[in-house]
Design a protein around this ligand. Structure first.
Ligand code: ADP
Length: 625
């Protein structure tokens, strides 16, 4: 109509082209999902408009009823989606329908980069590609739209999904909202059929909180499933709702549906997804629990509604006590929201605790994917630390390889009078078991927990106790093991004066590298072990700090060396002190380096390796001679 603003041809962002190429060419079987995607967009646009009505005074055609209409035209071979939502301006069209700016497609594009071609079509099924899915069935799509802003212009965006898109001024006046016209490809004409559309929308449409019309027919009754009785909801409905609210394509792993009247009136329906997409390297998940007040959406991504470490949850929290017109800004410091946060979080932790007990295997699968969130919670969220600690599972010296234990189970097994929870950290179970620290605990029947996730270091810095019992590293010099339950010692101990003399000799040889050399009762089959005398800084923590800050040199680790007076090497070393002082020096140095190595504290291996050869030479020389 206007000549001064002609149609502009514009190119898609490279990622969009790539995505469209796959959408169009893949043999994706579940094409009908585009209907849900477009209805979901229409519903979002309507929700946003409803919210704007509360916060803005000038909304174009403010009184228009928020409905969603789908029109199928068999003859024209078109399918049209009409909503009276917030519409789009030119800038918004470019940003939303020309780039990949939104979550679903962003995740998809990212996964695409990391995948092999053969898996591309499977990926679409996992993420959904939002608006762009229209091109699965259409060879041309038009978006006629007018924004809610009073001075906005009517626009038509159009594209064949290949060569870019055009934005032109609309002919005549447009109503507020969007009208999306799909020109169906020949082989997809079957979609231009009311009956087919109604069938596809059957379960889904009942969650959309606006009337949906297919042709002349009103097809849905709006249901707030979270406000219904559990017994009135089928598993299928629960799953459908998860897909609707979470824009998800998988099935939920867990769901928690609860209502409360005090201290707040709450209806909540929360889901744990199957996958933790953060493990795919897709960056932080976005919070996905929407806040409603008596069925009306207040905010679909409210900050502070739940703790950040619960960002993997999807679902709805509805509270009649939240004022409808609460703003995003005031939400965060609203004491009501904080209360809501606390009640729901506690409830969810209790829920997980119950699930963990009811079905260990299922919980184990959840844990293997989502434990990082629980650990993050322990580190950052003091208030829920205790509840979260109950949910942790770790390997231990008393459970089989591959199995885990809770801290509560650990304490149940602990002997009377055991005041501490012993643990070791390391890269994996085998590494911990091959170290020298475990044997003293095992022979005394004391259980040791194995922490093997790199994040456990941070965890242990923040997890001081469980049920009143402190956590102590089994490699720490703090640990005092009693003599009574010491194992039946095998072999004869080195005579007392020889012990003293050997300790002096060793301390002398090591100088400042070792704080103290002493005879102890902790070792069974190892000759020596290094004990960490640093407060709270485990060897793994040191390594991490060094990796993060390679330039900065950490002060040397403070260590003590315990020797095992019954071990053959110790006997022989004691003898060599006199008979072959040179060899004794060599062996002493090697003993310390090997002990440091197994504690993860050896900084430089070159000396250890070189000395190994020297020792071989010495040993072989003896047989030769
Ligand atoms: P998503 O819905 O995951 O954000 P889409 O590709 O479906 O991704 O849509 C991209 C963006 O385009 C939306 O975030 C929204 O801003 C805008 N949009 C899509 N459909 C509509 C519509 N019917 N009305 C207004 N805006 C829309």
């Amino acid at each position: 109509m206007t000549t001064e603003a002609p149609a502009q041809k514009q190119e898609f962002q490279a990622e969009v082209s790539q995505l469209l190429d796959i959408v169009i060419n893949s043999l994706y079987t579940d094409k009908e999902i585009f209907i849900r995607e477009l209805v979901s967009n229409a519903s979002d646009a309507s929700e946003k408009l409803r919210h704007l009505q509360l916060t803005e005074k000038d909304v174009f055609q403010s009184d228009a009823e928020l409905t969603i209409t789908i029109e199928a035209d068999k003859e024209a071979k078109t399918l049209t989606f009409v909503d009276r939502g917030l519409g789009m301006t030119r800038e918004e069209l470019q940003e939303n329908l020309g780039t990949i700016a939104h979550s679903g497609s962003k995740a998809f594009a990212k996964a695409l980069k990391e995948s092999e071609e053969s898996k591309e079509s499977a990926l679409i099924g996992q993420f959904g590609v939002g608006f762009y899915s229209a091109f699965m069935v259409a060879d041309k799509v038009e978006v006629h739209t007018r924004s809610w802003r009073p001075d906005a212009e009517g626009l038509v965006w159009s594209s064949d999904g290949k060569t870019g898109y055009e934005i032109a001024p609309a002919e005549g006046d447009l109503d507020r909202g969007s009208r999306i016209v799909l020109h169906l490809r020949e082989e997809e004409e079957e979609f231009a059929d009311d009956f087919r559309i109604k069938n596809i929308l059957k379960n889904y449409s009942s969650f959309v909180s606006f009337p949906i019309h297919v042709g002349e027919e009103h097809v849905n009754t709006v249901e707030a499933i979270w406000r219904k009785q559990k017994s009135d909801i089928s598993d299928e409905q629960y799953e459908e709702f998860y897909k609707f609210i979470g824009k998800a394509f998988d099935a939920p792993r867990y769901r928690m549906h609860f209502s409360a009247d005090a201290p707040l009136e709450i209806n909540a329906l929360l889901y744990v997804p199957t996958e933790n997409t953060e493990l795919f390297g897709m960056g932080q998940m976005e919070a996905g629990v929407s806040l409603y007040c008596k069925n009306v959406l207040i905010d679909d991504k409210p900050e502070g509604l739940l703790p950040e470490w619960l960002r993997f949850l999807r679902g709805v929290i509805d509270s009649a006590d939240i004022p409808l017109n609460i703003s995003r800004e005031s939400m965060q410091d609203s004491s009501l929201v904080r209360k809501l946060n606390r009640v729901v979080t506690k409830r969810f932790l209790k829920f997980l605790d119950g699930e963990a007990k009811n079905d260990t295997e299922k919980y184990g699968e959840f844990y293997s994917k989502f434990s990082r969130f629980l650990k993050e919670g322990i580190v950052v969220d003091y208030e829920h630390r205790e509840g979260l600690a109950k949910l942790l599972r770790v390997e231990s010296s008393m459970v089989e390889d591959g199995q885990t234990t809770s801290f509560a189970e650990y304490l149940d097994r602990a002997k009377d009078g055991q005041e501490k929870i012993y643990y070791l950290t390391g890269p994996d179970r085998a590494a911990i078991e091959s170290g020298p620290y475990l044997e003293a605990f095992q022979s005394r029947g004391l259980e040791v927990l194995f922490f093997t996730d790199p994040m456990d270091e941070y965890l242990l810095q923040n997890l001081n106790e469980f049920d009143g019992k402190g956590f102590v590293s089994a490699a720490s010099s703090e640990v005092e093991l009693d003599d009574e339950s010491a194992p039946e010692a095998e072999g004869e101990a080195l005579a007392e004066e020889k012990q003293t003399s050997l300790c002096d000799f060793l301390k002398n040889a090591y100088g400042d590298a070792v704080e103290k050399v002493f005879v102890g009762k902790r070792l069974v089959s190892s000759p020596v072990a290094v004990l960490s005398a640093d407060d709270g800084m485990t060897p793994q923590m040191r390594q991490m700090m060094k990796a993060m800050n390679p330039e900065e040199s950490l002060p040397a680790a403070k260590v003590e060396l315990e020797i095992n007076p019954r071990h053959a090497i110790i006997h022989q070393l004691s003898a060599a002190q006199e008979s072959n002082p040179e060899l004794a020096q060599l062996v002493s140095a090697q003993l310390l380096d090997q002990a440091l190595l197994s504690a993860g504290l050896l900084e430089d291996r070159t000396a250890l390796l070189k000395r190994g050869y020297d020792l071989m030479e010495a040993a072989l020389g003896k047989t030769e001679g």
